[in-house]
Design a protein around this ligand. Structure first.
Ligand code: HEM
Length: 390
């Protein structure tokens, strides 16, 4: 075997680098970048978007994590955008239903395909960017649960003990199998200037699905929403065209359901339950469903992503939540008919209203709520006084 001068030089350089590495604690990345060779890495989306990274939760325990008790009840109750500034720590909130939800989502995708995940040509970069941003977020927020190998593109999920190759699996499927959250992507239609839905993964839709909304502009997507066209369409379109990357927002939508219906289509027998007031319905079977939503612009593709997750809480918990029974009672009794019909609360009201009346009186007797309290949106919205100690 011939030993060339180049080989000798490379060998000497290698030994010298190894020695220096120990002496000065140099990482491979530092050495490579000294020679102008940069290791593969994700763009720093926090920096480009101008939204700070989340605070890491090194001791996070998924089985004990409870979602924050969102109670987005407003009075007076009009249809408007009701937006709040998104808290950067809470873009993606994982909690104890994680395993059950991911399994449910995988099953729904296998069974219903494009009704759950779909994407139009032209949305590829936005889907990839979204997936990378979410991966970057969860790896920082939940450092013991997720790791991402930038060289191989593999996402390691320590909760489920799975590995996902993000180079070969579609970005929305990467999300569906790791993050139990719905994501709907909109992009500006250059012909109309309006934002339309170009891709999405959704497993928590009631009465619609990704297939029925994809390709449509916001006004059409919101077709069944009462007062949308008259009161919201104009401000929504303007808001979307101007929305900057560094001003993400959050909002909540709510409903009262029998049990915990996650994904329902119009032909599902569960929907028929909305047409009757079951005489033997138990208060314990009524659940608050909150869809907690965030909206943000992606910095590279300029797409806007709307993401949300459905959280269920037994209505009986309201009993120990100051002001909530009285506020919900007001909305059920005096909320605008069209809005309440869209929410479909009638089917539980015969049991919910007497229970809420009883709990409201009880809270006044306990001194939690002043006797003359006039119903209004709480200062703690979307929570209630004392929610932190829940
Ligand atoms: C600032 C942004 C948005 C606001 C204020 C908003 C508002 C609303 C409201 C008020 C409803 C009725 C349910 C409720 O009470 O929440 C609704 C339903 C819905 N929204 Fe939005 N929305 C926004 C963004 C989006 C985006 C970007 C998408 C999709 C890409 C979307 C998709 C839907 C769908 C699919 C429904 C259900 C419609 C149905 O019943 O068929 N929303 N939205």
């Amino acid at each position: 075997m011939q030993i060339s001068t180049t080989n000798v030089l490379l060998w000497v350089l290698g030994v010298a680098l190894l020695a220096l590495r120990h002496r000065y604690d140099l990482t491979i990345t530092k050495i490579l970048s000294f020679f102008g060779i940069r290791k593969k890495q994700l763009p720093n989306y926090f920096e480009i978007a101008g939204v700070p990274p989340p605070t890491p939760l090194p001791d996070f325990d998924i089985d004990r994590a409870k979602p924050r008790p969102y109670r987005p009840f407003r009075w007076a109750y009009h249809q408007n955008m009701s937006l709040k500034k998104m808290e950067p720590d809470w873009w993606i909130e994982l909690e104890s239903t994680y395993r059950e939800r991911v399994a449910q989502r995988k099953g729904l995708h296998e069974k219903y395909g494009k009704k759950i995940i779909n994407n139009l040509p032209g949305s590829e970069l936005a889907c990839r960017e979204l997936m990378e941003m979410v991966v970057q977020f969860i790896c920082i927020r939940y450092p013991n649960q997720f790791k991402f190998d930038v060289d191989t593109g593999v996402l390691y999920n320590e909760i489920l003990k799975t590995e996902t190759d993000t180079n070969s699996v579609h970005p929305l499927e990467v999300l569906n199998t790791n993050v139990p959250e719905d994501f709907l992507l909109t992009m500006e239609d250059p012909k109309t200037g309006l934002y339309k839905m170009v891709a999405g993964v959704s497993c928590s839709s009631l009465g619609w699905n990704v297939g029925t909304k994809i390709g449509k502009p916001l006004q059409e997507i919101h077709g069944p929403v009462p007062d949308y066209k008259e009161k919201m369409a104009f401000s929504m379109d303007r808001f979307f065209s101007k929305m900057p990357c560094d001003k993400p927002i959050q909002r909540g939508s709510w409903g009262l359901e029998i049990g915990q219906p996650m994904w329902l289509q119009d032909d599902d027998p569960h929907f028929k339950l909305r047409e009757t007031q079951l005489p033997d319905l138990k208060v314990e079977d009524i659940y608050l469903r909150v869809d907690w939503q965030t909206l943000r612009r992606l910095p590279r593709s300029r797409a806007i992503v709307f993401n949300f997750k459905a959280l269920f809480t037994p209505m009986t918990e309201f009993r120990n939540e100051p002001y909530i029974p009285q506020l919900v009672l007001k909305i059920l009794k005096e909320g605008k008919q069209g809005l309440m019909a869209y929410k479909g609360t009638w089917h539980i009201e015969h049991k919910a209203i007497p229970a809420l009346e009883e709990w409201s009186k009880e809270q006044v007797q306990k001194g939690w709520v002043p006797e003359d309290w006039q119903e209004r949106t709480l200062d703690e919205d979307p929570y209630y006084p004392g929610w932190q100690s829940k």
